[in-house]
Design a protein around this ligand. Structure first.
Ligand SMILES: [Zn+2]
Length: 303
């Protein structure tokens, strides 16, 4: 149960785009224009940005191509880009992960023709995931006891815990996450203070198979140690916060739902950092519960 990204946060989405230019002589530019028109007519443009949380764009500046990005559901993200180049050189490797923050890519990505007198072109695909890698240490998060992500006095059944076999198994990146069973519309509270860096709440689709993974609504909160808290599967219109908002521990931030890859209404909560635009890892979690501090939540129990 999980996967935000890019159309959802969790998780992942793929988009691609292509550009075609010819340089220098007029005849070649006419040829390029005809080629572009043919692409449009034939519908072969692979652009599929609607599914991404970040849209990657290119701008031609003299004889160079400069990449830029714009976030839709987030203020920061990690992008993994694959470039195919013909008679061009890139400022980065052709398979590269970059961070997006404050409308800027780190590092910058620029393409330059090797021989501008000859035709040159490029093509790219990318995946993006909410949260960048520039803050804090991914390997040394602060020792922290999280609050239960719902209102004080409520109790909820843990339907899947760490290394759960439904969707928290090894290789998913969600190994350490917790799924709390709860009715649609339950108020979700921040388990730790931070800043809202990702919101998606426009989906009303969900189901028990991975094909729904990009349909999950979510809220992502960046913590002060650079980790990201994920609250997933919220109902449509279920966000109570705005991008950039600073939230306190215990503050209501959303309403639970059943969107995305979910076998039933629940909240998926996890804390993660990105490795790339398509890979991330989750941290072991301890909570403060009515039973005391430093509690590990176990599948099959109610807290
Ligand atoms: Zn889950």
């Amino acid at each position: 149960m999980c996967r935000r990204f890019n159309s959802g946060p969790a998780h992942s989405t793929t988009a691609s785009s292509s550009e075609y230019f010819q340089a220098m002589n007029y005849r070649r530019r006419i040829d390029a224009l005809i080629a572009c028109i043919c692409l449009i007519i034939l519908g072969t443009d692979l652009t599929a940005h609607a599914a991404q949380s970040v849209q990657l764009e290119t701008t031609r500046q003299a004889d160079t191509i400069v990449f830029s990005a714009q976030g839709f559901n987030c203020t920061e993200a990690t992008l993994t880009i694959d470039l195919t180049l013909d008679n061009m050189t890139a400022s980065c490797p052709t398979h590269v992960s970059v961070d997006y923050e404050r409308n800027t890519l780190f590092p910058a990505l620029i393409l330059t023709p090797i021989d501008a007198r000859r035709p040159w072109h490029f093509r790219y695909t990318y995946k993006s995931h909410v949260g960048c890698r520039r803050h804090g240490s991914a390997t040394q998060p602060a020792d922290y006891d999280y609050g239960l992500p719902y209102r004080r006095g409520e109790t909820h059944f843990v339907m899947q815990g760490a290394f759960g076999t439904f969707s928290h198994f090894k290789g998913t990146g969600d190994e350490q996450c917790i799924d709390f069973q709860m009715p649609v519309g339950t108020i979700i509270c921040a388990a730790r203070p931070g800043q809202v860096v990702g919101i998606k709440d426009d989906s009303d689709r969900g189901g028990p198979t991975p094909q729904f993974k990009d349909d999950a609504n979510y809220i992502v909160i960046q913590h002060d140690d650079g980790t990201y808290g994920l609250y997933e599967h919220l109902c449509k219109g279920g966000s109570l916060v705005t991008l950039g908002e600073i939230v306190n521990r215990g503050q209501p931030i959303g309403k639970s739902g059943c969107t995305g890859w979910a076998s039933g209404p629940h909240l998926h909560f996890g804390v993660y950092n990105n490795l790339s635009g398509s890979k991330w890892f989750s941290y072991p979690l301890t909570f403060t519960t009515p039973n005391g501090s430093h509690q590990t939540l176990l599948e099959g129990n109610t807290y």
